[in-house]
Design a protein around this ligand. Structure first.
Ligand code: GLY
Length: 427
């Protein structure tokens, strides 16, 4: 099978490494890729958001399967264009990608499917902001009602901070989504979805705030770990049965069946799992940890999802143990990350079992030096017999990497190791 992956982050690096481990994958291309991915796959240039350009590249490399990583191309219909050209595409149609691209669509689907989620209101005029804020909080959850990769979200107990963020979004022409705050530990559950067939992967937990102890602004994600020692297996079953399957069925009922990776972001509260958000693609940085533990050929799973035969393949198998991703971010991330800093010690073996370095925002300078080229620069993945060992392997590997001004969280997975995360007992 010849596979083309679209995207350029550490998520796509993780997908590329998992595909390379699959003996059925005979040729692997990534576009536009990055400096690290180039060590393991043939990297091609492409405008990832242009369906015609992606189709032309898929034909040029004779791809049997195109895997679309990021949300923007999906929301813009790149998967439709690839399928329209008769090539299998892993990723939903533009219509189904609205589950991430349109908060109003997602809320409507969840309401029809009877899924527990936050109460929300959209504010699209500055004159309505104060009265709307008075109907929420504390705590206030203020979101950009569009694609913002997590960075458009402010969660705060300070009304003036909530107001400032909402006013700034409105000034820049972005409608604001206010949501009631969902309490409880967060879970990211990725499911392969092909119509009404739902196959869960391992549950993971992201760390969205930039600083240790969940302090500072939200980011795209500073680290993740999997599996979750504090999450009962029956809660995962409940998420699949009571959240993901009803949503998948509702999308089929509406004539917009989902095909690809449906990411359920949930808070596990007293009333049970409640949806914080749905995304229409693999999450970053959880994917890097989840795929490190995958013990099944990923090409078969993605191809079956893309071709409507997911119900005919074996469920994924998982390695024992744990995996942890720690993100190394550029100076000033998430506000105005600095680019062009020289990185050393970040060689990616492509075979790492104890640890692996995945590239996100990296580029190769003309003189051959590896330099930072984005906010999240590297994702270091550690594996171990348990979470403590996986953390140690990730942080030991990180200690050998140099990035001027670079910063990372030192507490990824720590609360779980120390037994500080508990699932609330039902009210
Ligand atoms: N981990 C957050 C995201 O992928 O959106």
């Amino acid at each position: 099978m010849r596979v083309l992956v679209i995207g350029s982050g550490a998520r796509e690096h993780a997908l590329a490494l998992a595909l390379r481990r699959d003996p059925q994958v005979s040729a692997l291309f990534v576009a536009p890729g990055n400096a690290g991915i180039a060590q393991h796959a043939e990297v091609r240039a492409v405008d990832a958001s242009n369906g015609d350009a992606v189709v032309a590249l898929a034909k040029e490399v004779a791809a049997d399967l195109v895997v679309i990583g990021p949300e923007v191309p999906l929301v813009l219909g790149v998967a439709d264009a690839v399928r329209g050209a008769g090539i299998a595409a892993f990723g939903p149609s533009a219509a189904a990608a609205q589950i991430e691209g349109s908060k109003a669509f997602a809320k409507d689907v969840m309401s029809a499917a009877g899924v527990l989620t936050a109460h929300s209101e959209i504010v699209d005029h500055p004159g309505e902001l104060d009265a709307a804020l008075d109907r929420f909080g504390p705590t206030w959850v203020v979101k950009d009602d569009g694609l913002a990769a997590g960075k458009g979200v402010v969660v705060t107990a300070d009304r003036s901070v909530a107001r400032e963020h909402g006013a700034e979004l409105l000034e820049n022409g972005h409608p604001v989504l206010l949501e009631s705050f969902l309490d409880g530990p967060e879970v990211s559950l990725f499911c392969l979805v092909d119509g009404e067939t739902v196959v869960p992967l391992l549950p993971a937990q992201d760390h969205k705030r930039v600083g240790d102890g969940d302090t500072g602004p939200n980011t795209g994600g500073m680290g993740a770990y999997t599996p979750l020692p504090w999450l009962p297996a029956e809660t995962v079953t409940a998420i699949v049965d009571d959240v993901v399957k009803p949503v998948a069925a509702e999308m089929v009922r509406r004539g917009v069946p989902f095909s690809g990776l449906l990411y359920a972001g949930l808070a596990i509260g007293q009333a049970g799992p409640a949806v914080v958000e749905f995304n229409c693609r693999f999450g970053d940085p959880e994917t890097q940890a989840v795929l490190a533990l995958l013990d099944s050929p990923i090409g078969e799973l993605l191809y079956a999802t893309a071709t409507g035969t997911l119900d005919q393949v074996d469920a994924p198998r998982w390695k024992d143990g744990s995996a942890v991703t720690v993100v190394l971010a550029a100076e000033n991330y998430p506000a105005r990350p600095r680019s062009g800093d020289v990185i050393s010690g970040a060689e990616s073996s492509g075979t790492g079992t104890e640890s692996e370095v995945l590239h996100a925002g990296t580029a190769q300078r003309e003189d051959g030096a590896l330099v930072s080229a984005g906010g999240r620069v590297l994702a270091i993945v550690g594996q171990g017999a348990d979470l403590a060992e996986a953390r140690k392997n990730a942080y030991d590997r990180l200690a050998g990497i140099k990035l001027p001004g670079g910063h990372f969280r030192s507490d990824i997975g720590l609360a779980a190791v120390e037994g500080r995360i508990t699932v609330p007992t039902p009210a």
